[in-house]
Ligand binder design. Structure first.
Ligand code: NI
Length: 268
């Protein structure tokens, strides 16, 4: 099926994501069983700042579907830049896209990533659903491990390519929980592990946003030199607070997201 509309793209991404990350579907269903409605706060994507596959390339189908750019974020230590987009219909998830700043790495990593991106045919990036078409290159597990020494983010991208890195439950819309801490307890009681890098809850009421996330599921990935188990995707939770003007904060907090990125680290 050719995907040409936003609703079809969102459906495809959710079904691919839950097929690859069964924990997300189990958690989603456990909220429904409690009688909660699950609203999606945001969907996050990753890429490289190589001109062929920048944030702006990934953002294209969303901009064509009415999304608007809102804000940019710098992650100095992880050498990332990100942008977030919102849709006029506030029921629609925000879109968060980050890119690895290749020029801040050594020639070796840059050459490796260029060799991957060179394998992407031009027509592929033109497709409406490019951001969810998976890995458009061949890569070895040896290369994956070499990348991981310099950037867990680069290694994740090399292994998985283009697909949502995570979906996010909007905690404010869960009627049976009073806050994100109760949600975290519920997740753990159900047997899932939370990312506790920087504390289980990232952010605070003072920055109008609290976030937490599960640790990524592990999946079998076919590399050119064999199949290996590597971290896949995680499920995130976000609670938003009103700003002094009374409106809920709509953006992201770089310091919090910095730690959330580590939910796909292999070392965990
Ligand atoms: Ni997120």
């Amino acid at each position: 099926m050719t995907i040409t509309t936003l609703p079809d793209l969102l459906d495809k991404m959710w079904s691919d994501y839950t097929a690859m990350n069964p924990q997300a579907l189990k958690i989603y269903n456990s909220f429904l069983e409690r009688g909660d409605q699950v609203q999606n706060d945001h969907i996050a994507f990753r890429t490289f700042n190589h001109p062929k596959v920048t944030i702006d390339v990934l953002a294209r189908p969303f901009l064509e579907s009415g999304y608007e750019y809102r804000q940019g974020y710098h992650f100095t230590a992880k050498k990332l830049y990100a942008k977030h987009y919102e849709h006029p219909n506030t029921q629609m998830p925000r879109i968060f896209i980050s890119e690895l700043k290749l020029e801040e790495f050594d020639d070796d990593l840059q050459n490796t990533i260029n060799q991957l991106v060179d394998q992407v045919p031009d027509y592929a990036t033109q497709q409406f659903d490019f951001c969810s078409n998976g890995r458009p290159w061949e890569v070895s597990y040896e290369t994956y491990e070499q990348l991981r020494e310099k950037s867990e983010y680069a290694a994740w991208m090399a292994a998985h390519g283009y697909r949502p890195n995570h979906f996010t439950v909007f905690v404010n819309a869960l009627s049976s929980f009073s806050d994100i801490r109760e949600v975290n307890e519920f997740i753990k009681q159900n047997g899932f592990k939370m990312n506790d890098s920087g504390g289980e809850v990232k952010g605070s009421k003072d920055v109008y946003l609290e976030q937490s996330s599960t640790l990524a599921d592990t999946v079998e990935v076919d590399f050119s030199d064999g199949t290996q188990s590597v971290p896949a995707c995680y499920y995130e939770f976000a609670q938003r607070y009103p700003q002094p003007n009374g409106e809920l904060y709509q953006g992201f907090v770089a310091n919090s997201a910095d730690k959330i990125f580590e939910s796909t680290n292999k070392s965990q």
